[in-house]
Design a protein around this ligand. Sequence first.
Ligand code: HEM
Length: 302
Amino acid sequence: MLLRIVFIVICLTAAVQCITPRDLRRVDKAIKSLARKKSATLLRLAFHDCIGGCDGCLNFNNKDNAGLQEAVNSLETIYIKNSFNTLLSRADFWAYAGQAGLRQAISRTDGVEQADLKISFQTGRVDCPTAPYTDVDVKLPAVHLNYEDLVGFFADRFGMNEEQAVALMGAHTLGGAKKKNSGFRGSWTSGEGKLFNNNYYKLMLSQSWRQRNVGSQTDPRWQWNADQKKTGMMLNADICMLKYVEIDDDGKSYCTFDECGPSDGANLIHKFANSQSSWLDTFSEAFTIMQATGNFTLTNIP
Ligand code: HEM
């Protein structure tokens, strides 16, 4: 109670944005319908925004952001219409949207409780001066990666360890890829792409995967499709955690799934496939680190 009074006094006297639990409920209500319909896209947006520091800004000249424009537009409409700029930055709002997307997906998923996601919302992120757009190139990760590059990316950009990096990639259990966006096609967990559980890891282990070019000869998109039809797909950035794939410049692997040796991340794929709770714990840790990346100080909501 005392903490709350101190908080309110600071908010009234200082030139800082303060958001109360009541304000947050208002934000939650305004965003709920979008979070239900676009949970995966909001999660992807939350990730892309935090590469280079969470700052409520995206560069749409970068084709790797394709597919996020509509979500940014919808968020912008909600943000302006409700004057949320008096409460929180866009970066905070997008961070909250990512969390709301996750919570909506969890509410649809049997065997996962909201309490399993151990993340809390904090505010204090600062927008870039041209929010919500920018022309700064924050260097998004390539799709055609090997394991070393993948964990190197998460260590370098977020200070994550290997386990946290592999856990965060489990976000791909949700949503999918579209030809009109990235050129890749399908969901990682076909038929279950609206759920948030450890199926991504289970599926990676239970299937035999075959590489297929879903693009064209001149503009190839090599992805891994499950042998069992309509079961799922994986990108090189996913499969490299299980198999040691060596790829050419187009992303085509020199070895078949059976021929490729195990990757250094394989034991973590087994760990997360075997224990949903250990995955959710490490995912929560990694997601919290991701959303705290940038030049700002976060504070709790009392
Ligand atoms: C090296 C790392 C990663 C690469 C190369 C990568 C690449 C991609 C690609 C190519 C797509 C398909 C986009 C489309 O066609 O619409 C995608 C979708 C997605 N990504 Fe990632 N991703 C990475 C890491 C992550 C992380 C860390 C998260 C979240 C924390 C994430 C969340 C998502 C989600 C939820 C989707 C589905 C979006 C939708 O259905 O609208 N990704 N990613």
